[in-house]
Each structure stands twice: as C-alpha cells, then as structure tokens.
Design a protein around this ligand. Structure first.
Ligand SMILES: C[S@@+](CC[C@H](N)C(=O)[O-])C[C@H]1O[C@@H](n2cnc3c(N)ncnc32)[C@H](O)[C@@H]1O
Length: 215
C-alpha cells in the first residue's frame, strides 16, 4: 500500500470510529487563539487536511464569511464530516484528494492558507510548503501548525504507534523551508492547551511579498 493510502485508511478509520471529535477538541484549544486573532477577510481561505472540519466551519462562518473557503482533505470520511459542518453555505468547497496532487481552480490564489497537524504526513514537507506558498495571493499568509517535530519528546513514538511513517523535522527546518519558499516575515511560536495533549504545538507562519507598489 502506498504511503498516502495508508494515511487515508488511518483517518477514514478515525472518522468512522468517533467523528474525530476528541482530536478536534484538543486541537481547537491551540488553533483558536491563532485563528481568532486574524482580521476578517473578503478574499479566499484554503485549509489543508481539515479533518472533521471544526476550523473550516469557524473560518467560513466568521473570518471569511464575506469571502470564500476551500478545503483539501485526503480522507473521504473526514471530508464527509466537513461537508456536513458547512452544509448550506454557498461559499465553501471541499475537494477529496491529496494536497500534493490537487490543483486549484484555474488561477485561484488564497489570502490565507492554514493547516493543523497535517504537514508531517507529507513525505516531502519542503515540497508541500513550496506548493502552499505558490498558491498564496500577494500579501497572503501561510500558517502551518504541527505537534510532531524533533524537539517534541511527547510525540516521539507516534510513527510506531500509528503504524505509518511520519516526517520528523526540527523546528528550524520549518523556518528555513518557509524562507526558501520565498516567504517573508517568517516567525515561529509554540502553543499549549487542551486537556489530553501534553506536547507543544509548533506554529510557523510567513507571508508572500506583496507586489503592490505605492505611487
Ligand atoms: C491529525 S489529522 C488533523 C485534522 C485537523 N486539521 C485537526 O486539526 O483536527 C490530519 C488530517 O490531514 C489529512 N491529510 C493527511 N495527508 C493529507 C494529504 N496528503 N492531503 C490532504 N489531507 C491530508 C488527514 O486525512 C487528516 O484528516
């Protein structure tokens, strides 16, 4: 079985088991302070690997309520739950596909691209960061949050526990890859929160330079 098929099967199972509710609750405690601090936007939002869709629902209903939201999710079962959460909204689309193979609608660029707990499932994280950066509109921001990284002792055994290979980068590699992808104002912080999650979530963010030139 290919790596992506293994990951897809894993998350289909989680979705069917309990709707990924516990995972979403724990993640939301760390995601909420990041997303709630953003300004409302009438542009476009992209979420990579939204899981059961808790953050997509929040963004589509608040920060991007006057704009457009799009999600790309590998697991059919997770995508089904996302769709239920945003049902009735005509400004949200969800594609069921690997982000690495996905192509956005022609010419579409995004003002914000967000992902929580997804990038270490990519075999080539740098390629995923490059691809996300290339989809940003000028001045757009990429925010990538992960719990599985080299400095996080708590996550050390995850690959073995889950039975899938995961890519374990050190914090600085995320910073470097954001800069190598041409992003500016690159910064990093760690977030805590939730009841059962003991490690810290690494949040890396950076912006595509704006090409807008004042007269
Ligand atoms: C640990 S879950 C996190 C879900 C959600 N972001 C959250 O915070 O709860 C990882 C999610 O990423 C998705 N995923 C993994 N690899 C992916 C890929 N190549 N393309 C799109 N989604 C992917 C999985 O199907 C799963 O829903």
């Amino acid at each position: 079985m290919s790596h992506e098929l293994e990951v897809e099967a894993l998350f289909d199972e989680w979705a069917i088991e309990d709707g990924a509710v516990d995972m979403a609750r724990e993640h939301w405690a760390r995601v909420e302070p990041v997303l709630s601090a953003l300004k409302p936007c009438t542009g476009r939002y992209l979420e990579i690997g939204p899981g059961n869709g808790y953050a997509l629902e929040y963004m589509a209903g608040s920060k991007f309520a006057g704009g457009y939201s799009h999600a790309v999710e590998l697991s059919q079962e997770m995508a089904r739950m996302c769709a239920a959460r945003v049902q009735g909204r005509d400004n949200v689309d969800i594609d069921v596909e690997s982000f690495m193979n996905w192509r956005p609608p022609a010419g579409m660029q995004f003002d914000l691209i967000f992902s929580m707990e997804v990038f270490y499932y990519f075999e080539d994280i740098a390629a995923a960061i490059d691809k996300a950066a290339s989809l940003l509109a000028p001045g757009g921001e990429l925010i990538v949050m992960v719990d599985y990284y080299e400095e996080s002792h708590e996550s050390q055994g995850w690959s073995q526990e889950l039975g899938v290979s995961l890519t374990r980068w050190p914090q600085r590699r995320y910073l470097e890859a954001f800069k190598e992808a041409g992003l500016q104002a690159v910064s990093q912080e760690v977030k805590s929160g939730g009841v059962h999650e003991h490690g810290l979530t690494l949040c890396t963010r950076g912006k595509r330079p704006s090409t807008y030139v004042h007269d």
